[in-house]
Design a protein around this ligand. Structure first.
Ligand code: AMP
Length: 291
């Protein structure tokens, strides 16, 4: 186990960061860590000489009607997990330090932020891009690790990195899933037992569309209809959107000519889950099943 430094202020972080060997890998998180987050830290550990993580429930990416105050917080356990996985430094700032009084400077990634998650969560990606830009500035990572689980977040951050010229590589790590296919998420903790039983329907719907694609189906409408039809057979599942889109621009596809991102958001009671499969470079990225 490495001895991990916990920095709760910017000054402490700068101090700790100075003594970290290069290349430096960064894993931004909102805490409530699970095996998906651990996969990001492990990958960073394997590819970098030192690894930093952040634990910060970022108020700017939550809408006023969202779960900011109830978002699961397991701070001590998160620190233990990060230490055991080999992080060298963890930044755990207070919101007042990240957003000082009078704060009014935001990063907006226009078009990629608009559809899908952006349409149902206005302002979400402005909050994400702003915190990630701030973390890039304070950590100066050589590599930054994000989960495929949040595919639109990946598209937004890649666009921001290109547009603002951050000198770093974005690394995308496959989605870690439960044995029944449910993608690990801090929000799974909100599901009732019946909702938890129903939740793998996202994976089944994505699988059905991927199978249709593998049989030669290239109509975007057909792929979206295939996912909707599987979801409609699960009474507890209320679809928010289903999408078959260009993975980079996130524009919906009429005909799929090359790569495609199949994605969806589905409500179970008050809990909103997202998931996706990505077809890229001639193969599916569907994630890794645990357990
Ligand atoms: P969060 O704490 O939810 O903001 O997530 C922090 C990072 O972990 C993001 O890059 C997520 O995409 C990633 N992540 C969340 N869930 C998973 C998962 N099941 N598999 C892989 N990465 C994940």
């Amino acid at each position: 186990m490495t001895s991990m430094k916990v920095a709760s202020t910017l000054d402490e972080l700068r101090e700790s960061r100075r003594s970290c060997a290069s290349p430096f890998g960064l894993v931004p998180t909102m805490g409530a860590l699970h095996a998906g987050h651990v996969a990001l830290v492990r990958r960073a550990r394997a590819e970098c000489a030192s690894v930093g993580a952040s634990l910060f429930v970022n108020p700017a990416q939550f809408g006023s009607n969202e779960d900011l105050s109830n978002y699961p917080r397991t701070f001590q356990r998160d620190l233990e997990l990060l230490g055991a996985t080999g992080a060298n430094v963890v930044y755990t700032p207070r919101a007042e330090e990240v957003y000082p009084p009078g704060f009014q400077t935001f990063v907006t990634v226009d078009e990629v932020s608009r559809p899908l998650e952006g349409a149902s969560r206005p302002g979400h990606f402005r909050g994400v891009a702003t915190i990630v830009a701030k973390l890039f500035l304070v950590f100066s990572p050589d590599r930054a690790y994000f989960g495929q689980k949040d595919a639109q977040q990946v598209a937004v951050i890649r666009r921001m990195v290109r547009d603002l010229g951050f000198p770093l590589t974005v690394v995308v790590v496959p989605t870690v899933r439960e044995r029944d296919g449910l993608a690990l998420s801090s929000r799974n903790a909100y599901l009732s037992p019946a909702e938890r039983t129903a939740a793998p329907v996202l994976f089944r719907a994505l699988s059905a569309a991927a199978e249709a694609f593998d049989r030669g189906e290239r109509s975007g409408d057909w792929l979206r209809a295939t996912m909707k039809s599987v979801l409609s057979r699960e009474p507890l599942a209320e679809p928010v959107y289903v999408s078959a889109a260009d993975p980079e621009t996130l524009g919906e596809l009429g005909e799929v000519a090359g790569d495609v991102l199949l994605s969806m958001a589905v409500r179970f009671g008050s809990t909103r889950l997202i998931d996706n499969f990505l077809f890229e470079r001639g193969r599916w990225e569907t994630g890794i099943r645990e357990g």
